[in-house]
Ligand binder design. Sequence first.
Ligand code: HEC
Length: 116
Amino acid sequence: MKYKKLITASICALTIISCESNTYEEISQTNEIINPTYIAHVKPIITENCISCHSTAGGQRPYLESNDEVKDAILNFGLINQIEAPSGLGMPLRGRMPQTKIDIIKLWSANGYINQ
Ligand code: HEC
């Protein structure tokens, strides 16, 4: 795994000048979040981290079961502030999500809530 990364990074550095300061991992993460969509990127994060409570079954508002509901929670219930808060002070209650997941939701919002 380490060798693979090293080789990929070396090839990248040799062929593309702008790759010089990025590791392979950083590049692939950036690629993933250039244009996140609700179906492909946001929904799986919400399903994994929020839906147990924020659904008709969970009973906690705001419900986060559709593109429109998540968008509404961002616009009217401070969802972005909640997920950016220090661990334990925001959402999810059990602790802050990894920054890459937070960034995907922020970028999806900034790009205009693209569905798919
Ligand atoms: C274990 C249950 C649970 C999970 C999981 C959970 N929440 Fe919550 N959430 C709550 C409760 C309870 C409240 C209301 C009390 C509070 O604000 O602390 C709340 C409130 C909120 C609010 C409204 C805050 C306000 O000021 O009105 C938002 C937005 C929110 N959660 C988003 C999320 C998001 C996004 C996730 C997933 C990343 C998530 N929550 C995960 C239980 C949960």
